[in-house]
Each structure stands twice: as structure tokens, then as C-alpha cells.
Write a protein that binds this ligand. Sequence first.
Ligand code: ADP
Ligand code: MG
Length: 144
Amino acid sequence: MKKKQYKTSSPEETKEIAGQLAAQTRPGSVYALHGDLGAGKTVFASGFAHALGITEPVSSPTFTIVQEYPFGKGIFFHLDLYRIDSPDAALAFGIDEFLYAADGIALIEWPERIQGLFPPHTVYVDIRRGETEEERVITVEQPD
Ligand code: ADP
Ligand code: MG
């Protein structure tokens, strides 16, 4: 595991960190995005999508579970599992299609809902509030 930590002081900076990660992504990549409500997961997802070349605005998919954004090299899947209450419910919903999509890149908010289902190459991102209103600490753990 390769672990890196960043501190950001604005939503724009968080998007920039997400963009750096997106620049290294490959088809089949999966990102588990941990963090409390309002931490900045959707802000992060939006910066990530933008760096992939997606121009459509990315908003919180809380009421739809998954939103799909096609881009040059495949499809970006943005999932919000807030309303999924168990791994079984996620499997019934068809989560496998997104976690194991060959040409897809999946970024998942509320990944704790499906602990145990993530593939070994999953990148874990954790966003926490810092000491000031706009400060966030972002930890990225990437398998070697
Ligand atoms: P989540 O998806 O984790 O519930 P959102 O991304 O929807 O959270 O919202 C994060 C909120 O925090 C936004 O209103 C954003 O403007 C604000 N914010 C303030 N500072 C930051 C920062 N450094 N990084 C990300 N978001 C920030
Ligand atoms: Mg969100």
C-alpha cells in the first residue's frame, strides 16, 4: 500500500487533488470515497470527472444511486450508496457491474455500505474536515 496525505484549503484545491488522481487512472479502476456528510466527496468526484474530460456537471447522485458519464476512454460511474443498507442490497442492485466493469471507472461515496465487496485494486480515499471551515485532510491509499 502506498499512502499519501494532502491538506486542502478550498473546494478548488480538493478538485485539483482529485484531478491528479484521475490523471493516473486506468479502465477498471475503483475508488472508495470515505467521509462524513459534507466532507467533500461530491466535490472530489466533480474534480475527478472534470479531469477525465467530462464537461457535464457532477452532482450528488443520492436519489439515483448511480450516474453514468461516458468520456473518451470509457464510462465514469459515480455511485452514492447512502441509501443502500447492506452488501446484499448492493448485490441485488447490481453493484458488480460497476465494481468489475472492464471499461469503467467507478468512484463510490459511502463505501462502508458494501465493505468486503471491493476488488483488491481499489484505491481508498478518505476526506475529513480540518481545523478551519474550508480545510480538508485527504488520505489516499493505493495498492502497489
Ligand atoms: P459530501 O459529498 O461529502 O457529502 P459535498 O462534496 O457535497 O460533500 O459538499 C462539501 C461541501 O464542503 C461543499 O459545500 C463545499 O463547497 C464545502 N467545502 C469547503 N471547503 C472544502 C474543501 N477544502 N474541499 C471540499 N469541499 C469543501
Ligand atoms: Mg455526496
